[in-house]
Write a new protein. Structure first.
Length: 440
């Protein structure tokens, strides 16, 4: 989707719903610097962050200016120029099984001031973003969440998990293969030149990853405020394959007390190949004068325990439902991905908001490619294997991270014919566990 997301008209339903409470729903102009800075102030306050420094405001401004930014304003507030609620969204790609991508709408920066609860603000914002997504032609909407009880009512469901992976350095003995390339320290500026290409190839490997925007790479590499304390602790390492081609990198830091062993911590390891992933993990876990390694937002299905003599050196904790997906166009969404087995399923999808409601026939060939059609006669009886499910359940199984049979055991999915669930488990299986390694 290559277009200006700000060209979409303001959703009249959201505007009307907020106006009934005396509130104004505005689409911000990125060239209106005072309004954008007030919005950034409100977003930071909403997430309980400290007041941003000038360098942070400039960074946030550069990121927000590329997105569709909405604020909700109270004309009667003490500071009516500062929004009492915020949200932004933008079109981007979501990686799906088979190394492909689907057009998606990312939703972020959702805050509501505690002074303005119970006025329908969150509902207006979330339904407005779904309208924006539909108008942009997105097949799915998606977000990362801090609270898991809010977004299901709008049709979102957890589709990809993330976890903290911790390694006890004292128990580490590498038994995995040697990588054919080399790992070397590089400067952040040197790495920034090749990082976008590596990131694109890395994202394509894993369902649940989303396209990276330039600002996130600058933040991860410590280039936003290079003289700040946090950035000066960042070290950047690149893996080049045996042909000298960059295939991966990691930005990490070591936390330590004076004269005490440190602890390696990272939240940005990017690998376009398995060799790169193994080489970077080995570099991290074999460092001297550290007691351990901690990777944040890692996959729940890391290969690392199988690369160490003692797999108990690796601990997986803080497993969270990190990426939430909302299907908007079942035909486009289901056609985009590849499947784990051949077969035909009829999907009877319920959607209280109406976006994805209907019956759909999914036909998957032996190569995992799908053809999907809407069944026009909604009253016709199911003619073969099929599932009855809600839009939440469809989002949960979409990337292959949740088996349909598990949701059936929770009475969230029912089969319309015997053995439908067994077929659905095979069809929706993914070669790689879904995973999202960033916040957005």
């Amino acid at each position: 989707m290559s277009f200006d997301p700000r060209s979409i008209p303001v959703d009249p339903a959201a505007s009307a719903a907020l106006a009934r409470h005396g509130l104004e729903y505005r689409l911000l102009d990125p060239d209106d610097r005072p309004a954008m800075l007030a919005w950034i102030e409100a977003e930071n306050r909403g997430f309980h962050h400290g007041r941003p420094r000038e360098v942070d405001r400039d960074y946030d401004l550069s990121v927000a200016s590329e997105r569709r930014v909405h604020g909700v304003y109270d004309p009667a507030a003490a500071h009516p120029e500062v929004p009492v609620a915020t949200v932004d969204g933008w079109p981007t790609g979501l990686s799906v099984p088979g190394g492909r991508s689907v057009d998606a709408w990312a939703v972020s920066a959702v805050t509501v001031s505690p002074t303005h609860r119970r006025r329908g603000i969150a509902r207006a914002l979330m339904e407005g973003e779904l309208a924006n997504a539909r108008n942009a032609g997105a097949a799915v909407a998606m977000l990362t969440v801090t609270e898991a009880t809010i977004y299901g009512r709008y049709g979102y469901a957890p589709a990809a998990k993330a976890a903290t992976v911790t390694v006890d350095r004292r128990r580490t003995h590498w038994i995995g293969p040697d990588a054919p390339g080399r790992v070397q320290f590089v400067t952040a500026d040197e790495l920034r030149e090749v990082a976008p290409s590596i990131a694109r190839r890395s994202v394509a490997r894993t369902p649940g990853e989303i396209d990276r925007w330039p600002g996130i790479l600058d933040r991860a590499l410590g280039r936003v405020d290079p003289d700040g304390d946090g950035a000066r602790r960042v070290r950047t390492v690149r893996y080049d394959d045996e042909h000298g081609q960059p295939q991966g990198f990691v930005a990490y830091r070591i936390r330590r007390e004076p004269d005490q062993p440190g602890f390696v911590e990272f939240d940005f390891l990017v690998a376009a190949t398995d060799d790169a992933e193994r080489a970077l993990w080995r570099f991290l876990v074999e460092q001297d004068f550290v007691s351990g390694v901690r990777g944040l937002l890692r996959s729940i299905d890391e290969p690392l325990p199988w690369l160490l003599e003692d797999p108990r050196a690796v601990t997986v904790s803080d497993v969270v439902d990190h990426l939430w997906v909302r299907i908007l166009d079942p035909v486009e969404a289901l056609t985009a991905r590849r499947y784990g087995g051949a077969g035909t399923l009829e999907l009877d999808v319920a959607d209280p908001l109406g976006h994805a409601r209907g019956r759909f026939r999914l036909v998957v060939d032996e190569r995992g490619r799908a053809e999907v059609e809407r069944i026009q006669d909604a009253d016709a009886a199911a003619s073969g294997p099929g599932l009855r499910l809600g839009v939440q359940e469809l989002g949960a199984i979409y990337l292959g991270g949740v088996r349909p049979s598990v949701l059936a055991r929770a009475a969230r999915i029912t089969e319309s014919a015997p053995r439908s669930l067994a077929l659905a488990d095979r069809v929706f299986a993914a070669e790689r566990t879904p995973h999202l390694s960033i916040w957005f």
